[in-house]
Design a protein around this ligand. Structure first.
Ligand code: KG4
Ligand code: ZN
Length: 365
């Protein structure tokens, strides 16, 4: 195949790793500027709401039902199959059923249309989005806070990611969701905890700040979750004000931890990379939280680094980030093995040591 480094690149991206069925077409010009030609996201939130969380089997079936139509809609942008340089697809990490639906569909399209296939790491999509939205130069610090991941990553180049810290138990979004469930707030929990916290007193309950000031920049949220449960049980039945105060106290603890660990990551970044990061980038669903954004803005002002928060639609799961990561890889001539199978676990930084709870199948993402 001819490598299109000296001309514009067009990539179809496909994303099915969790509860969004998504397809998008992105163009990268020779100067490295990205343009989103189409960006279709079909959320399954309603399918899972009754269960208070994503049900893998329901997610996989919903991807099967929706993916063809979502890809067809993305192709309505005026792009023809012959215009495409590659099909980029999320091959992991994520729920294996959804990943199989996405990778099998992409593989079939690649064979039928004779277009190269790029099986990619979902986290690489999050890591490179700021270059699509803000043309950010390497190296930068990424804080990824979603329902499945909480990590601080030094993004040094395309394919060069150094995980500085990660959660040793729950992801922050998961902790928000579990807090919501415990307080009787509807799914998805994060936005509802944030809303309740607005009218609450964050000082009423004293909750722990796990791993604050610990060496490194790892996270832990399970102790905070347990402390919240014990406090809530001690005050049951909860009034509306109790719920608001508990939500505010939880969010305040989470934001303090985020600040502390991000500050630590800035120091570690300098030691590890030996240059200052060009910016702090935040991604993932929790990045929509205003308290989190406000605190990160303050940290960045303090350490004199720009704060980059891509628009919410591109912070949460989407296929434009996968198409863009494919375009970046094509431009850099760093092509993944097209036969790479779908993987539920796949750390972005393969060299990162597995942490507690990594299981026998290797490190969690
Ligand atoms: O990135 P995302 O859409 O999906 C993945 O997890 O991959 O993130 C969803 C997570 C959920 O846990 C949700 O509760 C959380 O992001 N979230 C929030 C807010 N909006 C979404 N957490 C706190 N505050 C929010 N405003
Ligand atoms: Zn994600």
């Amino acid at each position: 195949m001819t490598l299109p480094s000296a001309r514009a690149i067009m990539v179809l991206g496909i994303e099915t790793s969790c509860d969004e069925t998504a397809a998008a077409i992105v163009r990268r010009d020779t100067e490295g500027r990205g343009e989103i030609l189409s960006d279709i996201i079909l959320s399954q939130v309603q399918d899972h709401a009754a269960f208070g969380g994503v049900v893998p089997e329901i997610a996989a079936r919903a991807h099967v039902a929706a993916l063809d139509g979502v890809i067809r809609a993305a192709m309505k942008s005026g792009t023809t199959w012959r215009d495409l340089d590659a099909i980029a697809v999320t091959a992991g990490p994520g729920l294996i059923g959804g990943l199989l639906v996405g990778t099998m569909t992409a593989r079939a399209l690649s064979a039928a249309k004779k277009i190269p296939l790029l099986p990619l790491n979902h986290l690489e999509g999050h890591a490179l989005t700021a270059r699509l939205t803000d043309r950010l130069a390497f190296p930068y610090l990424l804080l990824l806070v979603s329902g499945g991941h909480t990590q601080l990553v030094a993004v040094e180049g395309v394919g060069r990611y150094r995980r500085l810290g990660t959660t040793i138990d729950d992801a922050l979004g998961e902790a928000f969701d579990k807090t919501a469930k415990l307080l009787g707030l509807p799914y998805p929990g994060g936005p509802n905890v944030e809303r309740a916290a607005k009218t609450g007193d964050a000082k009423r309950f004293s909750l722990p700040r796990p791993l604050r000031d610990a060496p490194g920049c790892d996270f832990s949220f399970s102790g905070l979750k347990t402390a919240l449960r014990i406090t809530a049980e001690a005050h049951a039945p909860l009034s509306e004000q109790d719920v608001a105060d508990l939500a505010a106290s939880f969010q305040a603890a989470a934001v303090d931890v985020i600040e502390n660990r991000t500050r630590a990551a800035f120091d570690i970044f300098l030691d590890a990379i030996e240059v200052s990061p060009t910016a702090l980038v935040v991604a993932g669903g929790v990045a929509a939280n205003e308290a989190v954004r406000a605190r990160l803005t303050a940290v960045c002002a303090d350490v004199k680094a720009p704060f980059v928060a891509p628009p919410a639609r591109l912070c949460t799961d989407n296929a434009a980030m996968i198409a863009w990561a494919g375009a970046e890889r094509l431009a850099a001539n760093l092509l993944p093995d097209p036969d790479l199978p779908a993987r539920a676990r796949w750390p972005l930084d393969e060299a990162a040591a597995p942490l507690v709870g990594s299981g026998r199948r290797g490190a969690r993402a």
